[in-house]
Design a protein around this ligand. Structure first.
Ligand code: PXG
Length: 479
């Protein structure tokens, strides 16, 4: 075999090859749908029903807008899937990937090797993350991040000689991914039903969902405190010597943008410290500016031992996940021999280069700062002003550029619709037809737009959401 470079067809940094454009051949919507139905199994979908109705085919995007194959322009109120923080079409990220693919498209980080992109990314994350987070382990998704969290937690307690600490406590209606470990850690009953084999020693406590679950006259603060104290009760039931960690999303994203009252996280942290239990913040949605802070645990004012990262780490341009280790945990892992965990693509150079470009944009264009001081407060106020006293809006949760709108039959009495999921779907369909992407989780409507959104675009999202929610109320005969 010859390795003479002149015989190798290197990518030329000039015009894209004609064949690359041919590969992007355009088809009609009907053709796309037929091929999609014939060969593609979508995530979390009823494929029979989807194939009968046909998927929406998204063909391009710019800023906060998407275009489908019928040339409809759609405003993306969900940043893809809670991830396109810097918005679509950022050349800086495409250039970083292109350059890295030519320089070193892949090399592994096993067997005593490393490479510049993963080194730069780790140093940059250490700079951006709160003080005690100086070490990062890489993977390809949030789910793998939480699998990694479990491995680190167990290795940590092994290094401390506390082998009985095996249980991990999580929450009902939490979401931690869809691998076996992620799905078990999550508290989604409909996923558990389809998982006859789960990871051992994972148990769940109730979520801090005030609107849906608070009884009597408890204030949000009292309710959140009571829900946090379920952790203490569960630890005492299992025995502190048997409990390794508690994991939670600072605010539940997929579960409905459930924002706990300010009493919740300080109490969770107090309990974890008291019983010597690691505290894990799943920052897959909350991380990288969503609440106006770099990380959502900073918004809620607590200090975790491990943080799970993905999504906004690369703004979704390429897949990447990571786990940040508090110095205390990192020291134990570093000083105690082999840690037998890794993935082919741990620290993938292209993903790392894109992550570096993405994080620099978030920092240097002051995108996170703007969410905190300008667009975030504007978005929150606009939603609250627009839906004050709306006949089917029971609560608006959120901070920065994330919000949950609770649909309710009787908002003042905190009475939910008996068929909440159906009402959410009606509303989601009105959004869809109005060219707004807004996510429905049961009876909560969710917004999480790209962090680069401007005020005019926020106005457009809120106006379209209002139209869809008004139309839903009208269809239900409520005014
Ligand atoms: N943790 C959290 C908090 C998440 O939101 C994951 C882990 C898993 O990440 P990966 O990259 O493995 O998907 C997530 C993912 C939805 C939805 O419908 C939310 C997620 C994924 C897919 C759909 O809101 N979050």
């Amino acid at each position: 075999m010859s390795y003479r470079t002149e015989e190798v067809a290197y990518v030329q940094p000039a015009q894209p090859a004609a064949s690359a454009q041919a590969a992007q051949q355009k088809r009609s919507t009907a053709e796309y749908r037929a091929l999609d139905a014939a060969h593609h199994i979508h995530p979390f979908s009823d494929m029979g029903s989807l194939n009968r109705s046909g998927s929406r085919v998204i063909v391009k995007a710019q800023g906060v807008y998407l275009w489908d194959s019928d040339d409809n322009k759609i405003i993306d109120g969900m940043a893809g899937l809670w991830c396109v923080n810097v918005g679509y079409g950022r050349k800086e990220l495409a250039d970083a990937a292109y350059r890295q693919m030519q320089e070193l498209p892949f090399y592994n980080t096993f067997f005593k090797t490393t490479h510049p992109p993963v080194i730069e990314l780790s140093a940059l994350l250490a700079e951006l993350a709160p003080e005690p987070f100086n070490h990062f382990f890489y993977c390809n998704s949030g789910s793998e991040g939480n699998d990694t969290v479990l491995r680190i937690v167990h290795q940590y307690w092994a290094t401390q000689g506390k082998h009985s600490k095996k249980f991990v406590i999580s929450r009902k209606n939490g979401y931690h991914g869809s691998t076996i470990a992620g799905g078990t850690l999550g508290g989604m009953g409909y996923m558990h039903e389809q998982m006859p084999s789960k990871v051992e020693n994972i148990v769940h406590i109730d979520q801090p969902y005030f609107f849906g679950e608070a009884e009597g006259n408890l204030t949000p603060e009292e309710f959140a405190l009571a829900r946090a104290q379920q952790l203490e009760a569960k630890i005492l039931e299992i025995g502190a010597d048997n409990v390794a960690a508690f994991i939670g999303e600072p605010f539940q994203g997929a579960g409905g943008v459930i924002f706990p009252a300010s009493t919740y996280w300080p109490e969770i942290q107090r309990i974890c410290r008291k019983y010597d239990i690691l505290l894990v913040a799943d920052e897959v949605i909350g991380g990288f500016g969503r609440t106006g802070e770099w990380f959502a645990h900073q918004h809620f004012g607590f200090e975790p031992d491990l943080i799970t990262l993905a999504k906004g780490l690369t703004s979704g341009y390429v897949p990447m996940g990571a786990v940040g280790l508090h110095d205390r945990v990192a020291k134990a892992i570093i000083e105690n021999g082999d840690f037998n965990h890794g993935l082919t693509y741990s620290g993938h150079p292209v993903a790392a280069a894109v992550a570096v470009a993405n994080l620099k944009l978030l920092r240097d264009d002051k995108i996170v700062e703007r969410v905190k001081t300008d667009t975030g407060p504007y978005f929150q106020k606009k939603l609250r002003d627009t839906f004050a006293n709306h006949p089917i809006i029971g609560e608006i949760s959120g901070a920065g550029l994330v919000a949950g709108l609770q649909l309710a039959e009787d908002p003042k009495a905190r009475k939910r619709f008996a068929n909440g999921g159906e009402v959410g779907t009606i509303c989601r369909d009105f959004c869809f037809n109005g060219n707004l992407i807004m996510r429905a989780t049961g009876d909560r409507m969710l917004l999480s737009p790209p962090l680069v959104i401007n005020k005019l675009e926020i106005d457009e999202i809120v106006a379209k959401a209002k139209y869809a929610i008004d139309a839903t109320a009208q269809q239900l005969g409520i005014s």
